[in-house]
Design a binder for this molecule. Sequence first.
Ligand code: ADP
Length: 309
Amino acid sequence: MTSITRVALFGECMIELQGEAFGAMRQTFGGDTLNTAVYLARSGSTRGVHASYATGLGEDAYSDEMLRRWLLEGVGTELVRRVPGRVPGLYTISVDERGERTFTYWRDSSAARAYFDVAETPLERAADALDALYFSGISLAILSPAARERLFETARRVSAHGGRVIFDNNFRPRLWADASTAQAAYARALALSDVALVTLDDERMLYGDASLDESRARSLAVPCSEVVIKQGGAPVIVRLAGAEPIEVHVVRVDRVVDTTAAGDSFAGAYLAARLSGATAADAAAAGARLAAQVIQHRGAIIAAELISH
Ligand code: ADP
């Protein structure tokens, strides 16, 4: 196979500061869709799958350094838009004496939120050449209603020429005005998507379900031809159009160190496999294999050398 499968991932990557409040903090970067882009780039490079990250960045040194690091990971940056006068969002993770982690965010006026504040973005210019578009509930949450419509229209265009649209249901309640606004946006996204990647806990939170059975039943009924439901250490459920759902066992991990980016790494490996022709069951097994390694190390993006194939 000589042709390249081009995937664009839209979302927000922030600067991360981790450590003790008013003490020493270690700086890195992270964000759900960027994590997925990195893991997709790593898993996809040998499979003819090219991942590009679409987001807004500033013209500052932090933005420059993020771009440089993404390129080193093999993530394409041609869909990034530099937004004059804006800088990346930021969050701190402070760890207290008992190891409890507290997240604090400064992201209300981030460059990523302003991505669609121009007549045509790099993502929209590229839409007709994309084989797949991936975004998450967090990507939707940071956008204004008008910008969200622009993203939906981009998804519609990708679909119109046979590209695949993939929606990941990552849900952060505090980014939304209220649950019904979020539910309406999710319904729009799912109606436009071929593949739904569902974290069961997020589905439950979004709808306030009394039980996970309720969340599972709703997820299986979304109008996507492919639904992948992740349930932590329990099996992944895969449902393809017209077929009965199947269960794919995850890898047993005896010592979970940090579950950050479990779902993001799963998504990266799943999509690399699926977009290069693997069956959904094999792709889910690949996702589970990578996620099992990621959760045995600290941080969202673990060093490539730590991953065994
Ligand atoms: P998210 O990170 O989106 O909240 P999950 O917690 O469901 O999603 O985890 C995503 C995937 O990571 C799971 O489907 C599984 O493959 C892997 N995973 C997560 N927790 C565990 C665990 N305790 N043991 C083994 N695998 C796990």
